[in-house]
Write a protein that binds this ligand. Structure first.
Ligand code: NAD
Length: 472
């Protein structure tokens, strides 16, 4: 079992002075794989002071220097790509196929941001003024467990581009991947104090980060529940904030859609990361008179799903990350049954054939009541709620009947109609006739209680900048 007892502060691995620790288990086998020590506020305070000191000089580095750093980090991560993928599969249980794509995207982001730097509008000038974009300062980053590397890279790359320094609290559940990432980072020879990573719990070191006066901005990715607490804590020192929070995204099958073609997309969205994805399309809206047809298509497809070892290239659905998440999903399934939703397939207990591992039965409910807990709350597991609608106007009201607004998916054979429908949905993004997009770094973020601000490529750079006017 690997022991992780070091933070990364001021360019060095520093011992965690605490006896408090957490055992991580392989979600596929339930074997113990790591013991991670959890820092005290002292370590976080030290990291913040180092990042603040480093900002004084790093904010004045040239664009060329920062481009070189981005390139070096990229190169070091690329050398260790395989190890990063294997560790994410081991400790998180996401399938190797998904993890490989995500890891490659995360590493590539350093090159994308390097490229953006060449044309970024740092200075605009006219006869009487200069408008300057400069780094926001010291950024505190807090990360969830379901896309660790993506969020490490997604915050570090734009922060470096803008000359900002960082203090990062990763999720305590991704310690192995974070450790491997840090080893790459160390080799990339980033100036001391620019990137600091402190392991620990949100309640302890996370709170120090969100309240500390030397932290200028917080980039938080996690649940809406925690996001509200962070919003409150950040308000004490008026920190800049990006909040990337939860979702309960609708997939709308319009009457004229090709249902058969849509089905794989419906599953790839709803069961993305085994349902542990913020953008999961976990509410499926279908025309009422076509409900039976859709039920049959869903059943036909779900029985072909390959559940099992996430290391296998053919696996489509892996386990939940840990016992706690398995239990949370079970309690939602129980609530759906208790509240009278019709269970189309799946249900309580472990998926068939799995005594070990946190494998949930892929579950589908038919819900005639939009107010059910399983329809309104984010479950974060492979549970799809199907909701019949009367007409398109009804479908739109239902799609928007949620406190969330992160993502949405619309299927129709009439592109103009789908586009018009998409424009009425209150969410940060809408995908038409697909569950994945080939668009290059579109903005990502939520409306309503799904978040605040936008990240992604150039949008992340904007999020990490302040605007200054100089007038003459
Ligand atoms: P979480 O809110 O429980 O924890 C997220 C992070 O916040 C963890 O690092 C945790 O230690 C820390 N934290 C907890 N309490 C804190 C506090 N009081 N102060 C500071 N930090 C604190 O979320 P999770 O269970 O780790 O992740 C799943 C959630 O993340 C889901 O709701 C999912 O939708 C969301 N998510 C959103 C996006 C997005 O881009 N919108 C992406 C991934 C995940």
């Amino acid at each position: 079992m690997k022991v992780i007892n070091q933070n990364y502060i001021n360019g060095e691995f520093t011992h965690i002075n605490s006896n408090e620790n957490l055992i991580l288990k392989n979600p596929t086998t339930e074997e113990e794989i790591a013991q991670i020590y959890l820092s005290t506020p002292d370590a976080m305070n030290e990291a913040i002071h180092c990042a603040s000191k480093a900002f004084e000089s790093f904010s004045h580095t040239s664009i060329e220097e920062r481009m070189e750093i981005l390139q070096r980090i990229h190169d070091e991560l690329l050398k260790d790509e395989k190890r990063l993928i294997d560790l994410a599969v081991l400790e998180f249980g996401a399938t190797i196929k998904t993890t490989t794509r995500r890891t490659q995207n995360a590493i590539n982001l350093f090159l994308t941001i390097k490229e953006e730097l060449k044309t970024y509008d740092f200075v605009k000038k006219d006869d009487y003024s200069m408008t300057i974009k400069e780094g926001v300062g010291v950024i505190g980053v807090i990360i969830p467990w379901n896309a660790n590397l993506a969020h490490l890279c997604g915050n570090i790359a734009p922060a470096i581009a803008l000359g900002c320094t960082l203090v990062i609290k990763p999720s305590e559940f991704n310690a192995l991947e974070t450790q491997a990432f840090l080893e790459c980072l160390h080799k990339a020879n980033v100036p001391k104090g620019v990137i600091n990573i402190v392991h620990g719990t949100g309640e302890c070191v996370g709170e120090v980060l969100t309240k500390h006066p030397l932290i200028n901005a917080i980039s938080f990715i996690g649940s809406t529940r925690t996001g509200k607490k962070i919003f409150e804590n950040c308000s004490r020192t008026i920190k800049r904030m990006t909040l990337e929070l939860g979702g309960k995204s609708p997939t709308i099958l319009l009457e004229d859609a090709n249902f058969k073609d849509a089905i794989p997309h419906i599953f790839s969205s709803a069961y993305s990361n085994s349902g542990q994805a913020c953008h999961a399309g976990s509410r499926l809206l279908v025309p009422k008179h076509k409900l039976e047809e859709v039920e049959q298509l869903l059943l036909d497809y779900i029985h072909t799903l390959n559940i099992g070892d996430p290391k296998s290239e053919t696996t489509q659905l892996g386990p939940m990350i840990n016992q706690k998440q398995f239990d949370t999903v079970q309690s939602y399934i129980k609530s759906g049954i208790d509240e009278g939703a019709k269970l189309l397939c799946g249900g309580l207990g472990k998926a068939e054939g799995f005594e070990k591992g946190y494998f949930v039965k892929p579950t589908i409910f038919i819900c005639h009541d939009q107010n059910l807990k399983i329809v309104q709350e984010e479950i974060f597991g492979p549970v799809l709620c199907v909701l019949p609608y009367e007409n398109e106007q009804d479908a739109l009201i239902m799609a928007n009947n949620t406190m969330f607004g992160l993502s949405a998916y619309v299927f129709s054979n009439d592109k103009a109609k789908a586009l018009a429908f998409a424009r009425h949905i209150r969410s940060g993004r809408v995908l038409i006739n697909t569950s994945t997009s080939k668009a290059k770094h579109p903005p990502f973020g939520g409306m309503k209680q799904s978040g605040l601000g936008r990240m992604g490529g150039r949008y992340s750079m904007d999020a990490f900048s302040e605007i200054k006017s100089i007038l003459f």
